[in-house]
Design a protein around this ligand. Structure first.
Ligand code: NAD
Length: 474
């Protein structure tokens, strides 16, 4: 085992856990990396008590004082970027370069948090002679984030810097598949001088999540993960009257029009489909090919063949994920679709225990096939051929998800029509992974998000705070 067994991180301490543990296995080569505690409601309760104790002093600091920790933390993230990228690579399987990109995004959100003193400066107005109204933003108390496996550093950092800088005390429940990055995050926040108990990590799976949803001492919960679990968490935590934002899964449609630039479109579609081995909620899943776009499809196939598992294409999270993804491809093939580029059975020499799927392009997919409807979460592009733009829009709108959608065209008119009609929270025009940069918020629509608002950006300030309206006359 490469690393020591993990513990929970509560009140600045490593708190050993006597209960059940799970092995943490690297998807890169199948090596056992560590063991992760499967915490129970008792550990969640302990973390809430400690966080609550830390909250009073932390929330009493000014926003400017709190933001100072994040200036120091930003420097640490910069200095440790390579080390963090290596850890992400080991436990998640993505390439080191993709790991670096995650750290860059974590830095960007941290920089945004450093600007919160300016962004939250209160509003004041004389509402009648001698009477003044003022608005202040107060933190909520103890809050929690539950995160998925696919971005072990980036997704936790969507919430950590913002929620904490705004004055809340925080509990992170990371995915049990990638617990090491969260543990390392606790080290770095501690090194930045964050007071003990303001940030805590409770490792585990379902039991820990349910305990977070149920605990009366937790005021707000964010969840990022698959749609079925997002629904469960949203329903359960709101039934306990918590504030909840639950981001779910996705099935993103890229509409390619005949006037799209061939090379640029192909490179962009493949980067969206195969980046992070397709394990992104923003990944291209379905390409809707409108009319005559054969040159683009051919170029997509060429570009896909240039992705090499273990080199510029990382692993998928587990052998189970590999088997599930390959089963989708086989089922589509048996249903009459044409596999143009086949990534099944990929093996990386020297990493035979790893979980790899090569980039896969499937043509002539029908909208009623499972591969066209369900989230595959692998480097697989399903191409549906349609006659015209209206048919493409109908298909995009028929999806219950609504995370991202993109159009490839050189026509401003077509792009505008797509922006207006697509039912998704994040739209790309000739951009296959349309992730908004700070200060814009990240968030989908429909079954890709339960609750209101976005998880990052200016709108997230409202989620992590409550406004206090003060009226004074002297
Ligand atoms: P997941 O839903 O399996 O797990 C997410 C979290 O929920 C983990 O912390 C896990 O321990 C916990 N969990 C798992 N099963 C549970 C259960 N039965 N009850 C309570 N908690 C449970 O998701 P994943 O496989 O880790 O991540 C991939 C999914 O996340 C994909 O669907 C992807 O689209 C989605 N995702 C969405 C966004 C977004 O912003 N919309 C971002 C990243 C990932």
């Amino acid at each position: 085992m490469k690393y020591e067994p993990l513990t929970n991180r509560i009140g600045g301490q490593r708190v050993p856990f006597a209960g059940e543990h799970l092995d943490v296995t690297s998807p890169v080569d199948g090596m056992r990396l560590s063991r992760v505690p499967l915490s129970t409601a008792d550990e969640v309760d302990r973390a809430v008590t400690v966080a609550r104790d830390a909250y009073d002093a932390w929330s009493a600091l000014t926003m400017k004082e709190r933001s100072q920790f994040f200036y120091r933390y930003r420097e640490l993230l910069h200095r440790r970027a390579a080390e963090l990228a290596e850890l992400i690579h080991e436990e998640n399987g993505k390439t080191r370069e993709e790991g670096r990109a995650e750290v860059a995004k974590a830095i960007e959100v941290t920089e945004f948090a450093c600007s919160l003193p300016q962004l939250t400066a209160g509003e004041v107005m004389e509402v009648s002679p001698g009477v003044e109204c003022r608005v202040e933003h107060a933190p909520l108390g103890v809050v929690a984030s539950i995160t998925p496996f696919n971005f072990p550093i980036m997704v936790p950092h969507w919430t950590i810097p913002i929620a904490i800088c705004l004055g809340n005390a925080f509990i992170l429940k990371p995915s049990e598949k990638v617990p090491l990055s969260a543990d390392r995050t606790a080290d770095l926040l501690h090194e930045a001088g964050l007071p003990p108990g303001v940030f805590n990590v409770v490792q585990g799976d379902r039991a820990a999540v349910e305990a977070i949803c149920d605990h009366p001492g937790i005021a707000a919960v964010t969840f990022v993960g698959s749609t079925p679990i997002a629904k469960q968490v949203y329903t359960r935590a709101t039934s306990h009257l918590k504030r909840v934002l639950a981001m779910g899964g996705a099935k993103n449609h890229l509409v390619v029009l005949p006037d799209a630039d061939v090379e640029q479109t192909a490179a962009n579609v493949v980067a969206s489909m195969a980046g992070c081995a397709g394990q992104r909620c923003m990944a291209a899943a379905t390409m809707i090919a409108v009319g005559e776009v054969q040159a683009i499809v051919d170029s997509i196939c060429d570009e896909s063949r240039r992705t090499v598992p273990g080199e510029n294409l990382g692993a998928v999270i587990s052998q189970a994920a590999k088997a599930r993804i390959e089963a989708y491809i086989t089922e589509a093939e048996q249903g009459g679709a044409t596999v143009l580029v086949d990534g099944r059975g990929a093996v990386v020499p020297g990493c035979e225990g790893g979980s790899y799927v090569g980039a896969t392009v499937i043509d002539n997919v029908r909208p009623d096939m499972r591969i066209a409807q369900e989230e595959v979460f692998g480097p697989v592009l399903a191409i549906i051929r349609v006659r015209d733009f209206d048919e493409a829009l109908k298909l995009e709108n028929a999806s219950p998800f609504g995370n991202a959608a993109a159009v490839y065209t050189q026509s401003g008119d077509a792009a505008r029509s797509f922006i207006d009609a697509a039912s998704a929270g994040m739209i790309g025009v000739n951009v296959g992974v349309p992730v908004p940069r700070e200060p814009f918020g990240f968030g989908g629509w429909n079954d890709s998000r339960f609750g209101s608002g976005d998880i990052t950006g200016k709108i997230a300030i409202g989620f992590w705070t409550q406004s206090k309206k003060i009226t004074t006359r002297w």
